[in-house]
Write a protein that binds this ligand. Structure first.
Ligand code: NAD
Length: 259
């Protein structure tokens, strides 16, 4: 039933976003890729999606900037004539205690991880309402439900995204448009590899030892989820069977938030 629909997946040149884009493309969804990446990465990502038999384009908008989001939405409409699915996935991390958290890092994390969700939603919602069908999926985090030290901006933004998800779900209830959130635990992507590298360097550990340490601190399964796991849930949330699921948040976290 998703064949021929169009999705914008923010932050889809890498990691979870690319996994979600591939999963949707396998269902026949045309894809607008987005993210910061060099030309070779973008070309390879586009080719991989196109090989799944759908149309694909790329827009390099900085999702923290409203004018650039507006331009990306317009470009998507021009290329594909509709915006049926928006996956707000782009995100960044910065780690420091509250007293030392640089103001410019606070602004960047809030803009990228939180304000971007408002910027895309305010533009997409009227289009979706008009068609009587739409899916907005916000990638929050286990850190949208529980906290860790030194992540004040990230944890604040990811909690806010869950609140925004519920507001949009209520405002759109009954219109055919749903808004839900996914809260992953550790998924092995470049964002998490950077944190593994930091542990390895700090504690003098190998990559495997640092990965095991990261997992054992939070994720009871002691295993990473994969971008494809997150993509499969996104496809389900877009399905007809999920039409009455709205304002919900789903964890894929190996038991992190069950503790
Ligand atoms: P990643 O670093 O692999 O990918 C992030 C993507 O966002 C990249 O494509 C990057 O270019 C893009 N991006 C960053 N800033 C941007 C901006 N201003 N404008 C446009 N694009 C921008 O990270 P990931 O691990 O795949 O994370 C994706 C999402 O999942 C993030 O929101 C992250 O917070 C969330 N998440 C990840 C994990 C995990 O374990 N990896 C866990 C929970 C939540």
């Amino acid at each position: 039933m998703l064949k021929g629909k169009t999705a914008i997946v923010t932050g889809s040149t890498s990691g979870i976003g690319f996994g979600i884009a591939c999963s949707l493309a396998k269902e026949g969804v045309n894809i607008m890729l987005n993210g910061f990446a060099d030309e070779a990465t973008v070309t390879a990502a586009k080719a991989e999606i196109a090989a799944l038999g759908v149309r694909v384009d790329y827009n390099g908008a900085d999702v923290g900037k409203v004018e650039q989001i507006n331009a990306m939405m317009d470009a998507t409409l021009a290329a594909f004539s509709s915006i049926d699915i928006v996956v707000n996935n782009a995100g960044i991390q910065f780690v420091a205690p509250v007293e030392q958290f640089p103001l410019e890092k606070w602004d960047a994390v809030i803009a990228t991880n939180m304000s971007s969700v408002f910027y895309t939603t305010r533009k997409a919602l009227p289009l979706m309402r008009e068609k009587g069908w739409g899916r907005i999926i916000n990638i929050s985090s286990a850190h949208g439900l529980v906290a860790s030290p030194n992540k004040v901006a990230y944890v604040g933004a990811k909690h806010a995204v869950l609140g925004m998800t519920k507001v949009v779900a209520l405002e759109a209830a009954g219109s055919g448009v749903t808004c839900n959130a996914i809260c992953p635990g550790w998924v092995l992507t470049p964002l998490v590899q950077a944190q593994i590298d930091a542990i390895a360097q700090r504690d003098g550990l190998t990559n495997e030892e640092a990965s095991a340490k990261l997992l054992s601190e939070k994720q009871p399964s002691k295993q990473f989820a994969s971008p494809e796991d997150i993509g499969a849930l996104a496809v389900f949330l877009c399905s007809d069977a999920a039409r009455q699921i709205t304002g919900a948040s789903y964890t894929i976290d190996g038991g992190w938030t069950a503790v």
